[in-house]
Design a protein around this ligand. Structure first.
Ligand SMILES: C[S@@+](CC[C@H](N)C(=O)[O-])C[C@H]1O[C@@H](n2cnc3c(N)ncnc32)[C@H](O)[C@@H]1O
Length: 326
């Protein structure tokens, strides 16, 4: 019942959170990785993020007058509201303010508490998204005004979502942060069209990679040659525009031109689109079909599993594939 408070000992507003629906969810009570804030007083240092402290269960920092609110970096999943986690849903119902990106779907935005303030920082027709630095500052400013600040991001906040950058900025400003993972598009979009990223007979390894690293946002250029030889299944985010270069590089690195490729646009949503081909012909098909971003590309034999299942269905072997958006 009170374990959420225990997990977040520095939050002076947790009574409100605990009072009703949060206390019903064992997912919250068992959260293994609690919130972070700079200079946290309890727990061991994270080996991966040395400047942060883990606040262990049973920590004892007293609530302080004037405490900042808490920012939840919440994954909204790829679009289908049925893929939202229970924890994310409860936060949307409790939020004072929700700051969201363009990839968060309309049905998920409808789940936000009607009294919560909404701030759209995503790209919309005719205008650019808010620069990351301004978004970071906005999050800090909102934590100075509100108790429960939800930063809602498409998919998972830590998979090509700049969640790490935002967390760093917030912790530097002394704001408590908690991450609520979401289902990433790279898993869900293929799953909804019947592509398992691993399968004992098709693939034992998978790599998630960005196709959009040329703008200098990412630490170092992607080593496509290593990826071509290092993983059987390759899942590319933000890869539609660079597909011409990427497919050629993969073939030059030794992947067969016949390697199967799937593109899934707006995966898990009612308006999802799919396109199938091979490393050799997918770029031509993209042009022919005016196939556009946002899409996930899956490269590897696992794409053939889908064709296998469809042919089984065509022979009347099974009912329609599960997981299709209704
Ligand atoms: C900035 S990344 C964000 C990824 C997100 N954090 C996640 O975990 O899914 C944006 C890219 O994710 C992919 N993406 C996000 N949602 C998608 C969806 N519903 N269907 C297909 N691709 C999607 C596209 O490649 C898009 O260009």
């Amino acid at each position: 019942m009170t374990s959420f408070t225990a997990l977040n000992p520095g939050a002076g507003f947790t009574d409100r959170v605990n009072r009703d629906s949060f206390s019903d969810y064992s997912t919250l009570e068992n959260t293994p990785f609690p919130s972070l804030r700079s200079g946290g007083s309890q727990g061991q240092s994270s080996p991966d993020v040395p400047s942060l402290k883990r606040v262990s269960e049973g920590g004892s920092r007293s609530p302080q007058v004037g405490d900042l609110g808490k920012v939840y970096l919440v994954g909204a999943g790829p679009g289908d509201p049925g893929l939202l986690t229970v924890k994310a849903l409860r936060l949307l119902e409790r939020a004072d303010v929700v700051i969201y990106d363009a990839l968060v779907s309309a049905p998920i935005l409808e789940l936000i508490c009607p009294t919560a303030q909404r701030i759209d920082v995503g790209k919309r027709s005719g205008r650019h998204s808010l620069p990351q630095e301004e978004t970071n500052q906005l999050l800090v400013a909102q934590a100075q005004r509100h108790k429960i600040v939800v930063r809602l991001k498409g998919g998972d906040p830590f998979i090509f979502g700049r969640g790490g950058e935002e967390m760093e900025e917030l912790v530097a400003a002394g704001v408590e942060v908690e991450v609520v993972p979401g289902i990433t598009a790279g898993i869900a979009a293929p799953a909804y069209v019947g592509i398992p990223l691993t399968h004992r007979h098709y693939s034992s390894s998978v790599t998630f990679v960005t196709g959009h690293e040329s703008t200098g946002k990412y630490r170092s250029p992607v080593d496509w040659t290593a990826i071509a030889n290092g993983a059987e299944t390759i899942v590319i985010y933000m890869g539609v525009h660079t597909l011409p270069q990427v497919t050629v590089t993969l073939m030059e690195a030794g992947r067969s031109p016949d390697t199967a490729v799937a593109l899934v646009r707006w995966g898990t949503r009612p308006d999802a689109e799919e396109l199938y081909g091979t490393l050799e012909d997918i770029v031509e098909k993209v042009q022919e079909n005016n196939f556009a971003a946002p899409a996930i590309a899956v490269i590897g034999d696992v794409v053939n599993f889908r064709h296998h299942i469809l042919s089984m269905q065509a022979m009347g072997a099974t009912p329609p594939m599960a997981g299709t958006c209704d």
